[in-house]
Design a protein around this ligand. Structure first.
Ligand code: ADP
Ligand code: LRH
Length: 468
């Protein structure tokens, strides 16, 4: 039996998972800890040192392994000075300091030229826009979050390529840093460390780290963008699938051999992010379960399980909103914002937490429908099934609504797809698994999956979609 540790930092929780591979792949949770924005002097941050402390506690609890892989949410970073010290606390992508920056860059460089270079959707928080909003005085190196954690564990600098593809500064065709673009924007080329591929050696643990956790092991570069790991572990067979990696965000799209860089694709704000083995994750961000997480925060004492049960009995399509309205992006009173959006679109707002929950889940299912169907149309990829992975796959009502809305079967699970992807890249580097197809069949064999057939009531969903 071979053991691996996966550090997976999601926007709502972090975990250190222990994976045991002997025939099948068995995951156990060594340690889970909450994660979320911390507002300090008006600016939203991550509690990066707190997260690092929890990672060390998790590794200590996991015990010795053959290797360690680290993944996290995308786009955010820490800046290091010449001596390798962290300059300031990493800022959260939901912070508002990037307001107007994307528009400014589009005016300077041209939106079409930017898309032609990076293939990336425009989100206000892409690393490129954050860097332009930040003070870079004294900054020698920019490290995305998993690379920063890796640096603290090993002392080695690097930039893993799947996550680098979310910066807006990676060339989508060559998968090298787009240095001419960076320089044109006044970003020093030296900020960007050498790129690493998933599966490459990322260094050994520093002696002081090994002493603190009680054992040592090499760190392995994995698909360090959590969505890239999740997509690598979608339990699909063959190419005719769409995926929704559903947690704080829903990342919905298809896997392709190359990018789609058409004018239509740019207009639909589809992204071409780097996947493992040269694949392209052609997808769009849908606001995701953030909507529900923020509602729950506004209803202290509420219980998710009870709410979902009650929401299943609520009247269908009483109110739906476009989940991707920018007004939903920052933290704050989510029920009030949903109610305002209902009023703005001529609908009566929900009047109870159960009704809000129904509204959120139907709206999200509509967002899934739109993204999956557009991904199919824009890429020409045939899709027979939608794989829904991530924590959202535990939400049976959402899975059922998504199957109905997409008018396609949904296969739900695994909830910990990201960890599976993280570990399988490590297992492959150790020579225990061969290719993406074998990785995916191993996930399918290791985890119970649920299948939801569409209800056949597509007309009701088409009518609801037209309301948005
Ligand atoms: P992230 O990695 O972005 O932090 P996860 O993939 O861990 O997100 O998903 C977290 C979300 O999954 C929660 O916000 C919740 O909505 C949903 N979820 C987790 N467990 C359950 C459950 N037992 N039932 C329904 N939904 C769940
Ligand atoms: C999901 C995710 C997503 C990014 C967002 C910032 O966790 O990595 O792919 O767009 O966080």
């Amino acid at each position: 039996m071979t053991r691996f540790a996966a550090v997976d930092l999601g926007a709502s929780s972090g975990r250190v998972m222990l994976a045991e591979l002997s025939g099948g792949l068995r995951l156990t949770e060594a340690h889970r800890f909450p994660n979320g924005p911390v507002r300090v002097a008006g600016r939203l941050h991550w509690d990066i040192l707190g997260l690092y402390r929890e990672i060390l506690a998790g590794l200590r609890a996991a015990g010795p392994v053959s290797s360690i892989g680290v993944d996290s949410w995308a786009v955010d970073y820490g800046l290091l000075d010449e001596s390798g010290a962290l300059l300031g606390n990493p800022v959260h992508y939901r912070d508002d300091r990037t307001q107007g920056v994307a528009e400014h860059v589009a005016a300077q460089v041209g939106a079409a030229a930017l898309y032609e270079t990076s293939g990336l959707q425009v989100l206000p928080f892409n690393t490129l826009y954050q860097l332009l909003a930040d003070r870079l005085d004294g900054a020698a190196t920019m490290l995305l979050i998993p690379d920063l954690i890796g640096y603290w564990l090993t002392g080695e600098l690097g930039a893993e390529v799947t996550n680098a593809s979310t910066t807006g500064l990676l060339d989508v065709r060559t998968r090298a840093w787009a240095l001419p673009l960076a320089e044109r924007l006044g970003l020093p080329a030296g900020l960007f460390p050498p790129l690493r591929q998933p599966g490459e050696d990322a260094g050994g643990l520093r002696p002081d780290v090994a002493a603190e956790i009680g054992w040592s092991a090499p760190v392995r570069a994995v698909a360090s963008h959590d969505t890239a790991s999740a997509v690598a572990a979608v339990p699909a067979s063959g190419p005719a699938f769409a995926y929704i990696s559903c947690g704080t965000w829903s990342l919905a799209g298809v896997e392709l051999p190359g990018p789609v860089l058409t004018q239509e694709s740019r207009a639909a704000n589809f992204t071409n992010e780097a996947g493992v083995d040269g694949t392209v994750r052609y997808l769009r961000n849908v606001m995701g379960l953030w909507l529900l997480q923020e509602c729950l925060r506004a209803w202290p004492g509420s219980d998710l399980r009870e709410l979902l049960k009650a929401a299943a009995g609520e009247r269908p399509f009483a109110a739906v909103v476009n989940p991707d309205e920018p007004v939903f992006l920052p933290p704050g009173d989510m029920p009030a914002r949903i109610a305002a959006e209902c009023r703005r679109t001529g609908q009566r707002p929900p009047s109870s937490p159960a009704a809000f929950t129904r509204c959120v889940l139907e709206s999200l299912a509509l967002g899934h429908r739109l993204a999956v169907r557009q991904a199919m149309e824009l890429s020409g990829r045939e899709v027979e099934v939608v794989h829904l992975v991530g924590g959202g796959s535990r939400n049976e009502l959402l899975c059922r609504l998504t199957a109905d809305a997409c008018e396609l079967p949904v296969v739900a699970g695994p909830a910990e797809a990201t960890t599976f992807g993280n570990v399988l890249v490590q297992a492959r580097a150790a020579g225990l698994v061969s290719d993406l197809e074998e990785m995916r069949s191993l996930v399918a064999a290791s985890e119970p999956l649920r299948r939801y057939e569409p209800s056949g009531d597509g007309a009701a969903w088409r009518e609801a979609a037209a309301r948005l």
